[in-house]
Ligand binder design. Sequence first.
Ligand code: SF4
Length: 550
Amino acid sequence: MISSVFSAERLLFTPATPKSDAIATIFAFPNEYSVGITSLGYQVVWATLAMRSDVRVSRLFTDVSEPLPSQPELLGFSVSWELDYVNILNLLESLKIPLQANQRDRHHPLVFGGGSVLTANPEPFADFFDVILLGDGEQLLDNFIDAYQAVRSADRQTQLQALAQIPGIYVPSLYEVIYRELDGAIESIQPISPEIPAVVQKQTYRGNVLSASTVVTEKAAWENIYMIEVVRSCPEMCRFCLASYLTLPFRTASLENSLIPAIERGLKVTNRIGLLGASVTQHPEFEKLLDYISQPQYDDIRLNIASVRTNTVTVQLAQTLAKRDTKSLTIAVESGSSRLRQIINKKLENDEIIQAAINAKAGGLTHLKLYGMVGIPGEEPEDLDATVAMMNDIKKATAGLRLTLSCSTFVPKSHTPFQWLGVNRQAQKRLQFLQKQLQSRGIDFRPESYNWSLVQALLSRGDRRLSQLLQLTRNFGNSLGSFKRAFKQLQGKLPELDFYIHSHWSTQQVLPWNHLQGPLPSSTLLKHLADATSKFHQPSEKPEKVVAKC
Ligand code: SF4
């Protein structure tokens, strides 16, 4: 029987009727339905598959599923949170599919994956997937299904070799990673035969019609929300930022062809609209979009905006949000130190931050949340004093506005200029320092878990050797202690935990994702890194052999 969660759905597309020989496919989200169905990426991929008559797709979540085929040919996962790997392994087990790709045979489906986690660095999860789709799904997904159709009746190895020829399709088992020592750095990553491309290029969609919800439901984590992607990527290129660097170039949805038609489609089924994107207010026609939404006939729209660039917070924006049922706004400021903001290329001044807070209050918002970060490369203790002083200044300028500073720890991310830099060992103490200083001044401070940041760093810089570690850790639980226990158990078979998390890597080092090409060449990332490190006070914080020119 189909679970009631599916009957509550209102679809905004027309599924095709599958042909009798359609490819039996399971498309999974490795978390609960309410989380998965709130992922725009998951919704769009599912709808793309469901609109093909040569695919018969069933959805699977950790708590519910549609009726599943007894012999699926394809099993896909959309992965947007690293720690969901545990659920991927659990779902594979529940479907009686071997966890490791090299243990599967013609009786098992091809297991494919996509999404932000796998596009950034699939290597820790490489052993679990037959195929990984890198980058934007718009054309890639159809190319994948078409290519699979062409080799559907071939043996598994032939299928994999054919799929590996398609741009953006990565077949991990067709690449050999050689290590200097079992527990040392990577020596080289090579395709196992000359027919396999040496480098897989992440795919970039270049159209001006971006994604919008394909389903609206009261069971979503954001109840009844209709999501519209306003921009993709972010042109700011803060040096640590995966949301910018991994998805470049910055693309904007056309107001006439994409945004307005999407809003009109969405308003037929709900009055709650979410505008998504790494930097929504940087859309060149954002004001026109606001004007459109501000028309009297849309007075009952509830509006959620994912992220707002600090110096685009105007009184008009705050008024529109306040009128549309939003009482708070979040801005990412990272630090109160202008030197640190220069290091990370955040083009923002303290008086702009204070002005944004004044505008938010003047427009009728009651709560301003700021995002900050500790352990930013090049950070010195006086930079934390600057953050405390800035928060104080905002408080003085906006009496009555509730202020929250949420603070994370810097985590290096692949394909960014800071990918070579480790997590600062002082970060936890720095979070505690800010907590003490701000709470005594009546400012709400919300630190993100330091231990969780360490796990994130491990997975974001991990290589293939972590697949065995992840299988082990899964049985120990999700804490940092579980990862440490697994490292101990595998001692000698992979580098120490410190190597992945805290070490500054040499810029000459072969990176685990060396064979996976992101939007920018390494030479550009090195240039941006050199620009940042030239502003450090402490030379010891720089990775070895940074080259100033490439
Ligand atoms: S402004 Fe925000 S989204 Fe854009 S690059 Fe900086 S941190 Fe990333």
